[in-house]
Design a protein around this ligand. Sequence first.
Ligand code: C2E
Ligand code: MG
Ligand code: MG
Ligand code: MG
Length: 292
Amino acid sequence: AAKEQGKNRWARYADDMDVRANEHARLGSELRQALKENQFFLLYQPVVALPGGGVSGVEALIRWRHPERGLVSPAEFIPISERNGMITEIGAWALREACSQMVAWQREYGPTAPGKMSVNVSARQLHESAFVTTVADVLRETGLDPADLLLEITETAVFDGGAALETVRAIHALGVSIALDDFGTGHSSLSLLRTCPVDVLKVDKSFIDGVTGTAEQSAIATAMAQIAQVMRLNVVAEGVETEAQAERLHQLGYPLAQGFHFARPLPPQDVENLLIIQVDNRGRPELTARAS
Ligand code: C2E
Ligand code: MG
Ligand code: MG
Ligand code: MG
C-alpha cells in the first residue's frame, strides 16, 4: 500500500509538472499578443538618498496585465520570455517606454525630475550584439542624455567574460551607466569589478535584511559598503523595509536606498506626486506614499 501510495504521489507530482509546463507554454505564446495589445506597463520605484529620502532616481519595473489572469509578476514571465526569445522585444519596449517617460519628466519638472532612470536588462539581451544598437536608437529617438540612463545587469550575465561583457563595454562607451543588480548573489562578484565597467552596486535584499542584526548578520552589507567606497562606486541598498534598517544603512555609509519603507513601485502619476511634495518641502520629502 505504501508503494502504491508512493506511486500515486509521484503520478500527482508528474501531473503537476505537466500542468505547469503547459501553463508556461501557454503564457509563452501569449507574450507576443501581449506586446501587440499593450498589456505591459511599467511601474517606477524611487531610489532615495539617505538619510533624507529625496528621490535620486527611479527603477522601471515591468508588469503584465493579463486579460484573464490579472497581474502577472515579472518573476514569472521574464524567465519564460528569456527562454522563448520574446525578451528581446519586451526588453526593447521597456527601455523605450522608460526613456520616454524620463524625458517627459525632465521636460515637466526640470531639476526636480529623478536624476537617473534604471532599466533592468536580462542576460539574453546582452548576448545579442544588436542590443547595443537598440540602446543607441532609443537614446536618439527619445533624446534622453545617456548619462541619465542606468542599465541594471546581473553578475551571472557577464561573469564568463564572452559576448555579454563586450556588449556591456559597448553600452558603457555610449555614456550609459551600469549597475550590478542583486550584487553578491551571483558569480565571482569581486573579480568582475576589474573586468566589467561598473558604476553602481545594488546590494541584494538578502544582505540588507540582516543590517539591524548581529555583527555577523550585517557583515556582508558592511563589507559591500566599504568595497564600494574604496572602488569609488555608487551603492544602493535594495529591499529596505524599516526605518531602523534605513538608519543603520546610513551609519554604514550607504548613500542610496530603495525599498517598501520609502516607496513601492508606483505608477507615473504617483511618482509625480512625490516630485511635487519634494518641491513643496524644499527637497525634504516625506516619502510615505504607498500604492499598487
Ligand atoms: P530587481 O531588479 O532586483 O527588482 C527589485 C524587486 O524587488 C522588484 O520586484 C521590487 O518590487 C521588489 N522590491 C523592492 N523593494 C522591496 C522591499 O522593500 N521588499 C520586498 N520584499 N521587495 C521589494 P518585481 O517588480 O516583482 O521584479 C522582480 C524582478 O523582475 C526584478 O528584480 C528584475 O530582475 C525583473 N524585472 C522587472 N522588470 C524587468 C524588465 O523590464 N526587464 C527585465 N529583463 N527584468 C525585469
Ligand atoms: Mg533591478
Ligand atoms: Mg535588484
Ligand atoms: Mg533583487
